[in-house]
Design a protein around this ligand. Structure first.
Ligand SMILES: C[S@@+](CC[C@H](N)C(=O)[O-])C[C@H]1O[C@@H](n2cnc3c(N)ncnc32)[C@H](O)[C@@H]1O
Length: 315
């Protein structure tokens, strides 16, 4: 079995997200989180011969799958780049302001979590890496070896919403003085011992691991840049569809959409001369946040925390 097919990803909110893009046969679409191409394939089904789709992913195995799809379908290309840089990619293709829809299905894919060798999992032991693209940046093990106790505590608290962040950071720093962390199971065990209040049905290292992953991949920073970039590249009438998996992501998406639905001048200092246009909204919110159906959650528990928000570009 090939490396790309060994672990499957079940796409969340598949029909709902592609429906929300309102795919036009001749439109140009961006899938900012290609993964294993679940959403992309359905978008391609709805595109006509003149439609185009550009997929982005940081992950080398996602890119391999994307290249296989691109070889079969000339309307599709895939680029190994963060969606934070989608405006640059679209600009070189001369498509700025002409994109009919952008989809972001955030976070990690099931293959990333399930393959212990990627180092995301506290359940399956593997090298402590956690990078979506293991060829760039700093691994979780490297970061934990040098970060200060305060930085580690901040990451556990701010990105993992871990109540006992300080205590857990102290345990990490004490243990690394004897021996550096190299494996996920080793870190999970130290975090587990340092966590005094285990939540029901949740491994006691879950939150700290989430925090670490978000930090190592700069997930929230990329999301903020990616949303700005999406607004820049969309055509008037184009759709922005974002699926989040935890409250930190969803808060950023919700605030971004609301801010642009109200008119950005809301955020400018009162004394500045502001052109009337700046008060005009740039986005229209479409519908309410959508969640996975009970049936979908039963079939794919990962869908339980998904929330999808949709907006349309007005100007
Ligand atoms: C939830 S999965 C997407 C699954 C995909 N919709 C499917 O149906 O197969 C998220 C994917 O986005 C990628 N990813 C996360 N953040 C990214 C970013 N900032 N830029 C590019 N890819 C990113 C991950 O590597 C992962 O493959």
């Amino acid at each position: 079995m090939s490396a790309t097919s060994q672990y499957r990803h079940v796409t969340v909110l598949l029909e709902e997200a592609v429906e929300a893009l309102a795919v036009r046969a001749d439109g140009c679409y961006l899938d900012g989180t290609f993964g294993r191409g679940g959403h992309s394939r359905l978008i391609l089904e709805r595109l006509g011969p003149d439609g185009r789709l550009i997929g982005f992913d940081k992950d080398p195995l996602a890119i391999t799958t994307g290249q296989e799809l691109a070889a079969e379908d000339g309307r599709f290309v895939v680029v190994q780049r963060s969606f934070a840089e989608l405006a640059e990619e679209v600009a070189v293709r001369g498509l700025t302001g002409r994109v009919a829809g952008v989809l972001l299905d955030l976070g990690v894919s099931s293959p990333q979590l399930d393959d212990a060798e990627r180092g995301f999992s506290f359940l399956n032991d593997g090298p402590l890496d956690m990078r979506m693209n293991p060829n760039v940046g700093v691994s979780a093990a490297e970061w934990l070896a040098t970060a200060s106790e305060e930085e580690i505590a901040r990451v556990f608290k701010d990105y993992g919403e871990e109540r006992f962040a300080k205590r857990m950071a102290r345990a990490v720093v004490q243990r690394r003085a004897e021996r550096p962390f190299e494996r996920t199971a080793d870190l999970a065990e130290v975090l587990k011992q340092a966590n005094p209040a285990w939540e029901k049905n949740k491994h006691p290292a879950t939150r700290a691991f989430q925090g670490l992953r978000i930090h190592i991949n700069n997930e929230l920073g990329d999301l903020e840049r990616g949303l700005d970039a999406a607004l820049e590249v969309l055509a008037v009438g184009g759709r922005l569809v974002v699926i989040s998996f935890h409250s930190l992501e969803d808060r950023i998406v919700k605030q971004f959409m609301r801010r642009h639905a109200k008119g950005e001048a809301d955020n400018l200092p009162r004394h500045l001369p502001v052109q009337a246009k700046a008060f005009e909204p740039r986005l229209k919110l479409l519908g309410k946040p959508q969640y996975a159906s009970e049936e979908e959650v039963r079939a794919n528990p990962r869908a339980r925390s998904a929330v999808m928000r949709v907006a349309e570009k007005l100007r």
